[in-house]
Design a protein around this ligand. Structure first.
Ligand SMILES: Nc1ncnc2c1ncn2[C@@H]1O[C@H](COP(=O)(O)OP(=O)(O)OP(=O)(O)O)[C@@H](O)[C@H]1O
Length: 269
């Protein structure tokens, strides 16, 4: 395994968010972290990407402590789309995507053909090439999100971590981004780990699902293993009906509003 958190304690100042968290990102698979708001999904992802040093335990990347691996080396192996994106002022789309090539370039060296190709490809597959000369801070939320995804992809890493990549995107772009990640996984063997809130998107795209609550890993497994009425009730406090997706056969979770819960209970006798 290439990326693993081993018994990490994660905290912001003195406030401990996760204790003794151990998880291994499966190589060559698409993994999804789900869990209620504030359960520590982003915190865990940030630790896995070296953005948050653990107070105890360690994150291991390719057999080495990530904290002891130089930033540039980490950035050649792993890209992360964080939840909070701080765009440099007045930067164009193309210039922002070029940041993705920094880990591969010696300073002051002219960009290589491979750098140019990676940037063009990343803008093409995220449908941002036509925005290349626009200022990122003048784009819509969804356009901006796609530009940041392009930056991650331009990095050309085998491991891609994304915190809620579908935020701000309309349903067509949500599918476009998730289909693209799926395709990169299938065709190029990329390992993808992402936080998603939508159970049904998670069930459709994930090979492996981590379920978090209060900074701990409650359970993990295939979508069929984890998307059950009992786990959804236990973790999210929501009654639901889980049925097979009519086309894919994956578990499809339908949360039930209060009135329907009563109806379901009556029907069940
Ligand atoms: N930068 C920060 N400084 C202090 N506390 C933080 C910071 N970021 C997150 N927290 C706290 O850590 C806890 C876990 O937050 P985190 O963002 O990891 O949860 P999450 O599961 O990703 O939530 P959401 O689904 O709402 O994005 C929360 O109680 C949050 O208030």
């Amino acid at each position: 395994m290439r990326l693993q958190a081993q018994g990490v304690q994660l905290a912001y100042d003195q406030r401990v968010i996760a204790r003794d968290l151990t998880l291994t990102i499966p190589d060559g698979k698409v993994s999804v972290l789900i869990g209620p708001n504030g359960s520590g999904k982003s915190t865990a992802l940030r630790a896995l990407a070296r953005l948050l040093p653990p107070q105890q335990g360690s994150v291991i990347l390719d057999g080495k402590s990530i904290q002891e691996t130089p930033t540039k080396e980490v950035a050649r192996l792993l890209a992360i789309l964080p939840q909070v994106l701080v765009t440099p002022e007045s930067i164009s789309v193309e210039d922002l995507v070029w940041f993705g090539r920094h880990p591969h370039r010696a300073s002051l060296k002219v960009p290589s053909a491979a750098d140019k190709e990676a940037v063009e490809w990343a803008m093409e597959v995220t449908s941002t090439a036509e925005l290349r000369h626009q200022h990122v801070d003048q784009l819509s939320g969804g356009q901006r999100q796609r530009v940041w995804i392009a930056l991650c992809l331009a990095q050309g890493t085998d491991l891609i971590l994304l915190d809620e990549p579908t935020t701000y995107l309309d349903v067509a772009y949500q599918l476009e981004v998730l289909d693209l990640l799926h395709q990169l996984n299938q065709e190029q063997g990329k390992t993808v780990a992402m936080v998603l809130h939508d159970f049904n998107m998670a069930a459709e795209y994930a090979d492996h699902v981590f379920v978090m609550r209060s900074g701990s890993l409650v359970t993990q497994g295939t979508p069929e293993d984890v998307f059950t009425c009992d786990i959804i009730r236990d973790v999210f406090g929501v009654e639901s009906k889980v049925v097979p997706h009519p086309v894919s056969g994956k578990p499809m979770c339908i949360p039930l509003r209060a009135g329907l819960r009563t109806q379901l209970a009556v029907a069940a006798g």
